[in-house]
Design a protein around this ligand. Structure first.
Ligand SMILES: Cc1ncc(COP(=O)(O)O)c(C=O)c1O
Length: 389
């Protein structure tokens, strides 16, 4: 068949989305046997109780589809955790949806609540999946830059970005990649604008337990007037170091859950059944000290990597939360961030992600993102290698 006459081609949107820079850097790192500080894959150990319960669930036959909103014990455990840690009162039967990670939650919520041509505001530096997810639905991401070095929110810029087509604001706190933790005043300002312009707020709080130097996590859903318009997304990938399990959740008004649940069912059917049981064990059995130790342990890792980057002449922007560091890599050879990332990998065996993955076009060329959600040995080796630069 002559291929020149064929109409077979990828969709118009495909080239805009294509393989994420983060994944391609991981592939390149594997190829050269490097230390991967690129992808947020967090290879630290999971809690024993979580693993044991999942194995037990597989052995005792919990291997079939679950209800589309997840198993009841998990929804109940999430409701208890939301009340205890987030001050969100959610009914486990009508206001919680167990999802295929926070990613599945965001995708299903966007399909359920947004229309093609809608505009959605995101803060820069942003998490690439948020932008690409919207693009895949023909929704227009509108980028509002936060001001470095501490990523302050400029309220005037935010206000000016709102148009009659704006339908939602996506928040990510603590943020990947900047580590910004939105303050109470900033969240109140975002909430005021959302109420004034009748917008949804979709908030990705997956790093809620990774907080440094006394930073406090506040869920915007708890601010007055926000419960009905907020979709709060989180998950267990990061908290329990189970990124490959695909267990996340969202909580929202019972008005939205059936529609979001329908789209989640259509794409993912359900989060893996035995892994939902493992997650229940984590949420119900781990003590408060487990969550507190996450902050302590990761703050040490943050300090260790920040120091190594400083010593290497790559000044870091110190994150207040999450487990990534944006560093100024002006001194590395290469005229783009991608080339700088590849040169760093060649020189030190350390993989990082080009900053351009997190900024609108033309920005981020002198920035790389380093992940410190790593086992101590890997982090030690990476720090040593960076210092040799
Ligand atoms: C901001 C943010 N949201 C969501 C995710 C993915 O979460 P999950 O594994 O629950 O889909 C990540 C992972 O890197 C992330 O950084």
């Amino acid at each position: 068949m002559p291929s020149t006459t064929s109409n077979l081609r990828v969709s118009q949107i495909s080239p805009l989305i294509f393989q994420s820079e983060i994944r391609s850097m991981s592939v390149e790192c594997d190829r050269v046997g490097g230390i991967n500080l690129a992808q947020g894959i967090c290879d630290t150990d999971l809690p024993d109780s979580v693993a044991d319960q999942a194995i037990e669930a597989i052995r005792t036959g919990q291997n079939i589809y679950t209800r589309l909103d997840g198993i009841a014990p998990l929804r109940q455990a999430i409701a208890a955790k939301l009340l205890r840690h987030n001050k969100i009162a959610a009914d486990p039967d009508s206001e919680i949806l167990v999802t295929s990670g926070a990613t599945g939650a965001l995708y299903a919520a966007s399909l359920a609540l947004l229309n093609p041509g809608d505009e959605v505001i995101l803060f820069e530096p942003f998490y690439g999946y948020h932008v690409s997810g919207l693009l895949s639905m023909r929704v227009k991401p509108v980028i509002v830059p936060l001001a470095p070095p501490d990523w302050q929110l400029n309220l005037d810029t935010l206000r000016q970005s709102i148009t009659p087509r704006t339908r939602a604001i996506i928040l990510n706190t603590p943020s990947n990649p900047s580590g910004k933790v939105f303050s109470a005043a900033e969240l109140q300002a975002v909430a005021d604008l959302a109420i004034e312009h009748d917008l949804f707020v979709i908030t990705d709080e997956i790093y809620e337990y990774f907080l440094f130097d006394g930073a406090r996590h506040i869920s915007i859903a708890t601010l007055p007037g926000m419960a009905e318009r907020t979709i709060t997304i989180s998950g267990l990938s990061k908290t329990f170091s189970i990124t490959g399990w695909r267990v996340g959740y969202l909580t929202a008004s019972a008005k939205w859950i059936p529609s979001i649940g329908y789209f989640h069912d259509l794409t993912y059917v359900c989060s893996p059944a035995p892994l939902q049981y493992g997650s229940v064990a984590g949420l119900t059995q781990l003590s408060e000290s487990f969550y507190e130790s996450l902050s302590t342990e990761y703050q040490q890792k943050r300090d260790q990597l920040c120091q190594a980057l400083t010593d290497a002449g790559l000044p870091p922007s110190i994150p207040a939360g999450a487990y990534y560091i944006l560093a100024d890599v002006s001194r590395l050879p290469g005229d783009t961030a991608q080339k700088k990332a590849r040169n760093l990998l060649a020189a030190t065996g350390v993989a990082a992600v080009a900053g351009t993955a997190f900024f609108a076009e033309g920005r981020g060329e002198n920035t790389l993102r380093f992940c410190f959600g790593k086992k101590p040995e890997a982090l030690d080796r990476a720090c040593e290698a960076l210092r040799s630069l």
